[in-house]
Write a new protein. Structure first.
Length: 446
């Protein structure tokens, strides 16, 4: 049987088993190549968009580190203020010129009078190496620091207060020797006793001649703490002193109209009177009283003695017993160095036989109650260190120990109801120690 001849395959045509799979593989290969190309292009676009173009120079340059220039450290010098030192003598010893000292003191005076610096306090001077001073710090007390800065615009001064906590406390004591000793025996410091005298009872009690063994006192007061460490006393809120059987009380109250705090008795009368009972914070021994006929220790003749003599060591500070103006500060014959003050209501006081005058005491200067007018000496006709203290009323001498002075302005009657409520609370605190000793806290920030 004759068969037809087989047909030859056309060119380009694949015939046979698996021809379809081979065709698919040949088609996938160009697709993969195209996809890879798209990915490379997309990566390039994204890279250029996210990263800023850098020049060849910047790419080749190594990383540069900017040097940090540290400011020079301040050199600190701490100085303990010694007795007899002044702000001027301290700065002079540290190389300050007289002109610098004058400019500095004048600039600071509206904020703080540098004549008031105290012995025992600390002053710090900060300088740049090889340059002038930058800052001066003076510790006024435990809580306050005076900072003086040498700025481009001039000298700037400010008083800074450390953040502190105030707690209340009550102290009871019995006088056996002196008030200072009694306060110390009860566990507190001398400054609390001084504040009790100066703020509350200096116009009622002479704390030398009037004290009796067995006198008692109670003080309701504030204590200041910085980070839990005692840092001084705050205000005395209320106090009671029983002297020779007589009870004296003082309550702190802020006048609502003037916002000025003062101390008053149970009836709202001010504890302050025109004059303090003594020219000393704690009165030394009285060696001679006011007398119209006394044997003069030097002239040996009988003559009036119009003052009270207080024996005290040379250099003991003498305080003004009332606000006034200096009308005499000079040597005055037998009286030696004398300071005489003019007060309101035609009163005058005189302080005789001083060794030297107090800071800023000269004719025409003004003084406040408690300001130092001079220091005990033995100038003039004197047999030893003492102060002769005198008071004149309308030009006539009066006995400083027995003269009756008028109290200061009492509390306005319209505030009495509010004051009575406050005194009830304070009286309760005085009488119930357990209640008053329970502290309440508040914070004072600078």
């Amino acid at each position: 049987m004759l068969r037809a001849p087989a047909r030859k395959p056309k060119a380009g045509r694949i015939i046979g088993p698996g021809c379809k799979s081979k065709k698919k593989k040949l088609l996938i290969l160009p697709c993969l190549v195209g996809a890879a190309g798209l990915l490379i292009v997309a990566y390039g676009l994204i890279h250029d968009a996210l990263l800023p173009e850098q020049s060849a120079d910047s790419q080749a340059a190594p990383d540069l580190q900017i040097p940090v220039i540290e400011s020079p450290c301040l050199e600190e010098k701490s100085l303990n203020i010694r007795p007899g030192s002044s702000f001027a003598t301290i700065l002079e010893a540290e190389g300050f010129s007289p002109r610098d000292i004058y400019d500095l003191s004048s600039s600071v005076k509206p904020v703080y009078d540098m004549a008031r610096i105290k012995a025992g306090q600390v002053m710090r001077i900060f300088r740049l190496p090889g340059r002038s001073w930058q800052t001066i710090e003076y510790d006024i007390d435990e809580l306050h620091c005076l900072t003086i800065d040498n700025c481009q615009n001039g000298i700037e001064a400010a008083i800074k207060t450390h953040p502190h906590e105030i707690r209340t406390a009550v102290l009871n004591g019995i006088v056996n020797d002196s008030l200072i000793a009694a306060v110390a025996e009860a566990g507190e410091r001398d400054s609390l006793a001084l504040d009790l005298v100066e703020s509350c009872f200096a116009w009622d009690i002479d704390f030398y001649s009037d004290l009796r063994q067995g006198d008692t006192f109670t003080i309701y007061f504030e204590k200041k703490f910085i980070k839990g460490v005692f840092a001084g006393y705050g205000n005395i809120l209320a106090a009671e002193f029983i002297n020779n059987g007589r009870t004296y009380r003082a309550f702190r109250f802020t006048r609502p109209d003037t916002q000025v705090a003062d101390y008053f008795d149970e009836n709202g009368d001010s504890k302050r009177k025109q004059f303090l009972r003594s020219p000393f914070k704690f009165t030394p021994r009285i060696t001679s009283h006011f007398s119209l006929r006394r044997l003069h220790p030097i002239r040996k003749v009988y003559r009036p003695h119009y003052g009270v003599d207080y024996a005290a060591p040379i250099g003991t500070p003498v305080q003004a017993t009332a606000d006034g103006q200096v009308i005499l500060a000079a040597w005055n014959g037998a009286a030696g160095r004398i300071v005489k003050l003019q007060h309101k209501n035609r009163y005058q006081t005189a302080y005789l036989h001083l060794s030297r005058f107090g800071p800023g005491i000269k004719k025409g200067s003004s003084v406040k109650t408690g300001d130092i007018v001079g220091y005990v000496g033995s100038s003039g006709e004197s047999t030893g260190p003492h102060l002769d203290y005198r008071i004149y009323y309308r030009g006539m001498p009066v006995n400083p120990l027995s003269h009756k002075f008028k109290p200061a302005e009492p509390l306005d009657r319209k505030f009495l109801d509010e004051y009575k409520m406050e005194t009830k609370r304070l009286t309760f605190s005085l009488e119930l120690r357990q209640f008053a000793a329970r502290p309440f806290h508040f914070f004072l920030m600078p």
